[in-house]
Each structure stands twice: as structure tokens, then as C-alpha cells.
Design a protein around this ligand. Structure first.
Ligand SMILES: Nc1nc2c(c(=O)[nH]1)N[C@H]1C(S)=C(S)[C@@H](COP(=O)(O)OP(=O)(O)OC[C@H]3O[C@@H](n4cnc5c(=O)[nH]c(N)nc54)[C@H](O)[C@@H]3O)O[C@H]1N2
Ligand SMILES: Nc1nc2c(c(=O)[nH]1)N[C@H]1C(S)=C(S)[C@@H](COP(=O)(O)OP(=O)(O)OC[C@H]3O[C@@H](n4cnc5c(=O)[nH]c(N)nc54)[C@H](O)[C@@H]3O)O[C@H]1N2
Ligand code: SF4
Ligand SMILES: [Mo]
Length: 650
């Protein structure tokens, strides 16, 4: 048997963006493994990569276009021509009657490759439709770090090899960022220290020397307590604070408002834990602090993130090899962004993602009549499902492009079956590192699936602007990747392997920041009350974290357990007279979900932990519980501002 291998890059919503090798036998993908030549991911891929082979050939995958006139009708298969004709006709009639802003284009996080710029380009050529603004993912962290640094730029992950300690702050690399694991191990092997700060026992606790478990959303107090302990020892970086920062004096005054003991009490952390972190920063420097996305999902997360940035500054870790407060990278950063086409029209309406259900329902002049969704499952993943699903039901025409019949596809009128990255040619940059990699087709499209690029080309053929769109993927990639070519990487070289973008290993090594004053900015205001909200009727914070074996809602019906699992502290279960395995009702002001109870000794008593991403139609759908509010900074989605109660299901 003759096997061939194809070098490619994982395009899933994951900061690793691994270099992969696909093994193909007689046209069929048989194996997906890590590419040992990738400088960062080095041949490691996760459990989800192996599983992806089954996903590509899943019997549940939709591989032919589906259409129906009404949502209550069964789907019927259609030709691509019929499906695309019906979409083009609707777009034209709606635009003629109500204007193009009556159409909402909703682009998700499922695949963010270079050619995806053209999705929005298509809608801009059409005349500009309603789009979205804000983020379901990392908006708050980015917005907050932009305030402090002028622009959020992270240390290259390979620079963490220069660290003598690391703080994983609300981040779970054991599940979400496996390429960091060897780096973390190496820091420890050389005698360095690693601390995890997370209210939950995530898998990353096993990577750390110490696990500190603050009350959710109150990390600002912890970061400030640690800063005070460093100041008390006289170990602060005075030179940085005086010469390269502004606002240091005001910040020091904020720190004086509370004693260390009081701050530790407010975040419910032992003073000994804060002392451990101060000692780690003083004696094991430089320290790299890695902010996770869990940190963002609070309404006032900016207070915490900015206090952590400030701690990095006070402890002398900004602009230093092996230091930094790092979070993420720009996955669309390396491309020529004029290909979004946003300058083709006057600014159009954009709806706020954190409140997308409400925003759609409220939109008027024109109202939203049609929704076009790509690589997303908002009915399951956006907050407050009741509203999102009402909003989708209100729209008279919904187009869904994706792989599986998920909760959002259930509310659509046309299902356009998309290829996976194994069936596509493209280019992929990362939100977790500085490498850009090739997406090379390993197999022919399964069934009649088409890449989104091809779908939009074929749809564009039905409009007067067809000529401006119809070029080959290679021609488009050549132009979109102009900035990468200018850095010295030809498209031929990029087809064969990864390229390291011209980005710093150590940002801000010159201590000059793109802020108006050129200096790092300490926060100069703090509102302790904002972090201190509890509601006795709903005593548990619902933390819906990243599952180990899946990415968000990328799963099939068959992969669901009958009920979602929720984990409560053993002591609380005893108090509520609930037992392991009980079916419980989890209730919030927004809704109710039935779940199977698990208990855990030592878990914080004020949280209820579950994995995000299970489908509503499979009985999961935890966003039936979440509130749709926006974070104060960065228009992020504070999923973890949801408090719940747990009662026995009777
Ligand atoms: N296996 C897997 N990998 C993934 C994903 C997945 O679903 N599964 N999703 C991908 C996506 S979309 C993203 S955005 C990233 C997310 O990557 P991570 O940020 O690493 O993962 P999360 O589970 O979202 O959050 C990390 C931790 O933050 C903690 N946390 C919550 N609130 C607080 C708080 O107030 N303070 C502190 N200190 N910690 C807190 C949570 O308990 C959680 O364990 O991972 C990506 N990779
Ligand atoms: N309760 C709760 N909810 C959350 C979170 C949380 O922590 N708690 N986290 C939030 C976060 S961090 C994120 S990033 C969002 C994610 O929210 P979404 O982006 O809406 O959802 P995903 O589940 O990632 O779904 C992505 C879909 O894209 C499909 N896909 C992949 N590649 C392609 C492609 O090339 N073309 C097309 N058409 N489809 C493709 C996948 O099969 C999958 O169905 O969810 C958020 N929702
Ligand atoms: S899902 Fe993430 S860790 Fe797994 S192969 Fe893809 S990029 Fe790598
Ligand atoms: Mo995310």
C-alpha cells in the first residue's frame, strides 16, 4: 500500500496552530499527526487532532447542500445551483426592499484563515451589510492590555524558555495550549517555579508547583496584594516605574487603600499564597505571566488584567527576556487587511456580539430579515440562548455554512456544506504564536462540500461584481499575503512549511510604548465594589470552561452524554443533601438546564463548574443560563458573571 503525506496547518480555534502531517491512503485520510519540523509545535498534536480524522468522515457530516422553505419542514437535498440561486435571489430582494443592512453577516471563530478575509469582502462588494462588533472570546484582555501597553503584543512562546518562573493566570494549557507543556516542564526542570492561578482544578494544576484558587473575578485584589508585598520588601523596579511608566504614583496610592490581609480576604486567598507569588517574582525572575481567556469572561475583568500588567511592571518584567504579561496574537495580523473591503462603503451597522440576541431583536430601520452564518454556532455558544434563538427564529431567511447539523443549523433555511481544512488550500496564522503556516489539501472535498472561498466565488457569479471576485485561491493568497512576502517568504516557500513572522521575541525591549506619552500606563482608578457582587438566591458562579477533548461546540450528536456534568464542592452537595450522580436542575435568572451532578472535595464552595460547548438539542446548551451583558472594557462577553442555584430534579 502506498501512503502519501501532506504538510499542513491546523486551522481550528486553538492557540497552538500546530504544524501537521496528514497521511493519505488511496485518497482517504488515515492519520493526522504533528509535524516535527514546526519550530514551536515540534511534532506534538493533541487528542483532538487524531479524533478529527473521524470527524471528517463522520456519518453525521452534511456533505450536500440542503434547503427548505420553512423551518418546520424537513430538509431536502439540493444542487449547489439551486441553493446559491435561492440565496442570491433573497439577498437581492431584501436589499431592494429594505436596504443591505437588513442582512446580518455573522462570522464565527471556527476557521480564521487568510481567505476568510474575502467573506467580508464579498458582502462589502454587495454593498455592505450589518456585521458584528465586540467579541465572544478575547476582547476584554485585548482592550485592557491596549490601555496599558498602547498595543497588546505578547512574548514569543519560545522566549518563555528564558523564564525562571511562570504564572499561568486563568489559563489551562494542559487542555488548550499543549505546545506550552514542554516549555513549562523545562522551566521546572531547571529549578524554576510555575504557579497556576485558577478558581478551578484544571488539568494544568498538574503542571504547577502551586495552585492558587481565588474567588472568580477578583484577581485584581490578588495582583495588588502581591504588588504590595514586593513593595514592602523594596524589591520593586523603581527605574521602570519612574522612567518608562506613567501613573505609578496614583497606582501606589490605590494599593495603599487596602492592607494585604484585606485584599487577600477579598479574593479569598491565603496570605501565604500571595507571599509565595511575591517570592516567586522576587527570587525567580524573570517571570513570564500568561493570561488565559478564562480571565476575560468577567464584566470588570479590566481591573484584574490591568492589575496583573501593573504587577509585571512593578516586578521588573516588562520588556525583559523571559518576562512579560502575554496573552495572545493577531490571527489576521499578517495579512493585507484592505481585502476585508471595509473601505468600499460608508460605515455600516455593527451589532454587539456579547448581546447578539437582544441586538438582532432590537435592530430597526431596517430590522434584520436575513442572517448568513459561517463557521459559528451562535445559538449554542453566544450568551442567553433564549434570546439568540428567538432572534434567529424572527429572521425570515437564515443561511448556515458549516459541517454538522448543530443548534444554529437547525434554525436555517439553507445549509451549505463546507470543507474542512484538510480539503482546502489556504494560509493560517495563529493567535498563540508568531508562525504562519500553509494549509494544503490532503484529500479531495468529501461529498459535494465546497470551501467557503469557492462558495463565495460561486455566489459572487450571481451578482454584477462577479468579475471583481473571480480569481483563483492562489492569486488571492498572493495578494492577501503581500505583507508576508515582503518579509521575505515567497508563496512557494510558504506552501512547504511554516514561516516566522517578523515579530519581536521580546516586545517593548526598548521600553518605548505606543501610548500617547510613549510610556507604560498604570491604571489610575479602581472600583472595589465592582468586583464584589453576590446574590444569595443564586450562590454559585457558573464557570463553563474549555473541555479537554473538544473545541467549543465542534462535536457530533453521537458524542454527547445524555446530560451535561456539573461539578460542585462536596461540602456544598452535603449541605444541599445532593449526591454524586443525582440529576439536578441548574437555574439562573436567564433559564434552566438539567445536569448530572458530580462532587469534588476541595473545590471552591462558591462555584459550579462545567464544560462549555455541548449542544442544546442534545440536552446540554449551558448558555441557556448565561447573561448577555458586555464587559466594561473591550466589548467582551462576561460568561462567568452568571450565578446559579442547584436543586434536585424531581
Ligand atoms: N481542548 C480545548 N482547547 C481549546 C478550546 C476548547 O474548547 N477545548 N477552546 C479554544 C478557545 S476558543 C479559547 S478562547 C482558548 C481558551 O483557553 P484557556 O483560557 O486556557 O481556557 P479556558 O477554559 O477558557 O479558561 C482558563 C481557565 O480560566 C479560569 N478562570 C475563570 N475565571 C477566572 C478568574 O476569575 N480568575 C482566574 N484566575 N481564573 C479564572 C477557568 O477556571 C479556566 O480553568 O482555548 C482554545 N483551545
Ligand atoms: N458558556 C460559555 N460560552 C462560550 C464560552 C465560554 O467560555 N462559556 N467561550 C466563548 C469562546 S472563547 C468562543 S471562541 C466562542 C466560539 O463560538 P463559535 O465560533 O460560535 O462556535 P464554535 O463552537 O467554535 O463553532 C465553530 C464551528 O465552525 C465550524 N467550522 C470549522 N471550520 C470551518 C470552515 O472552514 N467553514 C465553516 N463554514 N465552518 C467551519 C466548526 O465545525 C464548528 O461547527 O464561544 C464562546 N461561548
Ligand atoms: S486542535 Fe490545537 S493542539 Fe490540536 S492539532 Fe489543532 S492546533 Fe494543535
Ligand atoms: Mo475563544
Amino acid at each position: 500500500m502506498h501512503d502519501t503525506t501532506v504538510v499542513t496547518t491546523c486551522t481550528r480555534d486553538c492557540p497552538n496552530t500546530c504544524g501537521l502531517v496528514a497521511t493519505v491512503r488511496e485518497g482517504r485520510l488515515i492519520k493526522l499527526g504533528g509535524d516535527p519540523r514546526h519550530p514551536l509545535t515540534r511534532g506534538k498534536a493533541c487528542v483532538k487532532a487524531a479524533r478529527y480524522v473521524r470527524r471528517v468522515y463522520s456519518p453525521e457530516r452534511i456533505t450536500r447542500p440542503l434547503v427548505r422553505a420553512h423551518r418546520d419542514e424537513p430538509w431536502r437535498t439540493a444542487s449547489w445551483d439551486e441553493a446559491l440561486d435561492s440565496i442570491a435571489a433573497r439577498m437581492k430582494s431584501i436589499a431592494a426592499e429594505s436596504g443591505p443592512e437588513a442582512i446580518l453577516y455573522y462570522q464565527g471563530y471556527g476557521e480564521r484563515t487568510a481567505l476568510k478575509l474575502l467573506n467580508r469582502y464579498f458582502f462589502n462588494l454587495f454593498g455592505g451589510v450589518t456585521t458584528t462588533t465586540g467579541s465572544l472570546c478575547g476582547g476584554t484582555g485585548q482592550g485592557s492590555q491596549n490601555l496599558d501597553f498602547g498595543c497588546r503584543i505578547s512574548h514569543d512562546p519560545l522566549d518563555h524558555l528564558n523564564s525562571r518562573s511562570m504564572i499561568l493566570w486563568g489559563r489551562n494549557p494542559a487542555s488548550t495550549n499543549v505546545s506550552l507543556i514542554p516549555i513549562i516542564r523545562e522551566i521546572r526542570q531547571r529549578g524554576g517555579r510555575v504557579a497556576l492561578i485558577d478558581p478551578v482544578f484544571s488539568k494544568s494544576a498538574g503542571l504547577a508547583d502551586r495552585h492558587v484558587r481565588p474567588r472568580p473575578g477578583t484577581d485584581a485584589f490578588l495582583a495588588m496584594a502581591v504588588a504590595r508585598l514586593i513593595l514592602a520588601k523594596g524589591a520593586e523596579d523603581r527605574a521602570f516605574m519612574e522612567n518608562h511608566a506613567e501613573g505609578a504614583q496614583s497606582y501606589l496610592r490605590i494599593l495603599e487603600e487596602f492592607s494585604v490581609e484585606e485584599m487577600c480576604a477579598r479574593c479569598d486567598v491565603a496570605v501565604d499564597d500571595a507571599t509565595y507569588l511575591a517570592d516567586l517574582l522576587i527570587r525567580h525572575n524573570p517571570t513570564s505571566t500568561l493570561l488565559g481567556w478564562g480571565m476575560h469572561r468577567h464584566e470588570n475583568a479590566h481591573f484584574s488584567i490591568r492589575a496583573i500588567d501593573a504587577l509585571g511592571a512593578i516586578s521588573g518584567n516588562i520588556g525583559v527576556p523571559g518576562g512579560g504579561v502575554s496573552q495572545g496574537f493577531e490571527e489576521y495580523g499578517p495579512y493585507d487587511q484592505k481585502f476585508w473591503g471595509d473601505d468600499l462603503n460608508p460605515p455600516r451597522r455593527a451589532l454587539l456580539l456579547p448581546r447578539i440576541g437582544e441586538e438582532i431583536l432590537r435592530a430597526s430601520n431596517p430590522g434584520i430579515r436575513m442572517i448568513y452564518v459561517t463557521a459559528a454556532n451562535p445559538v449554542c455558544m453566544a450568551p442567553n440562548t433564549a434570546k439568540v434563538s428567538a432572534a434567529f427564529r424572527r429572521a425570515e431567511f437564515v443561511v448556515y455554512s458549516g459541517h454538522f447539523q448543530d443548534d444554529t443549523a437547525d434554525l436555517a433555511h439553507v445549509f451549505l456544506p463546507a470543507t474542512t481544512f484538510l480539503e482546502e488550500e489556504d494560509v493560517m496564522a495563529s493567535y498563540g504564536h508568531n508562525y504562519v503556516g500553509p494549509v494544503n489539501p490532503a484529500i479531495r472535498p468529501v461529498g459535494e462540500c465546497r470551501s467557503e472561498f469557492r462558495m463565495f466565488c460561486d455566489l459572487a457569479d450571481r451578482f454584477p461584481f462577479a468579475e471583481r471576485f473571480r480569481r483563483s485561491a492562489r492569486e488571492w493568497l498572493f495578494d492577501i499575503c503581500g505583507p508576508i512576502r515582503e518579509q521575505g517568504c515567497s508563496m512557494e516557500a510558504l506552501r512547504q512549511g511554516t514561516f516566522r513572522l517578523n515579530a519581536p521575541m521580546v516586545p517593548y525591549a526598548d521600553k518605548i510604548f505606543p501610548t500617547p506619552s510613549g510610556k507604560f500606563r498604570f491604571p489610575t482608578s479602581f472600583d472595589p465594589q465592582a468586583l464584589d457582587r453576590t446574590d444569595p438566591s443564586y450562590p454559585y458562579r457558573l464557570l463553563t470552561t474549555a473541555p479537554h477533548g473538544f473545541i467549543c461546540s465542534e462535536r457530533t450528536m453521537a458524542e454527547h452524554a445524555p446530560l451535561p456534568v456539573v461539578v460542585l464542592a462536596k461540602e456544598e452537595a452535603v449541605r444541599l443533601q445532593l449526591r454524586e450522580g443525582d440529576t439536578v436542575r441548574v437555574e439562573s435568572p436567564a433559564g434552566m438546564v438539567r445536569a448530572r451532578l458530580e462532587t469534588r472535595a476541595g473545590q471552591r464552595r462558591d462555584v459550579l463548574v462545567s464544560e462549555r460547548g455541548g449542544w442544546l438539542k442534545a440536552g446540554h446548551g449551558l448558555n441557556r443560563l448565561t447573561r448577555d451583558i458586555s464587559s466594561v472594557v473591550g466589548s467582551g462577553t462576561p460568561y462567568y458573571e452568571t450565578s446559579v442555584r442547584v436543586v434536585l430534579d424531581s
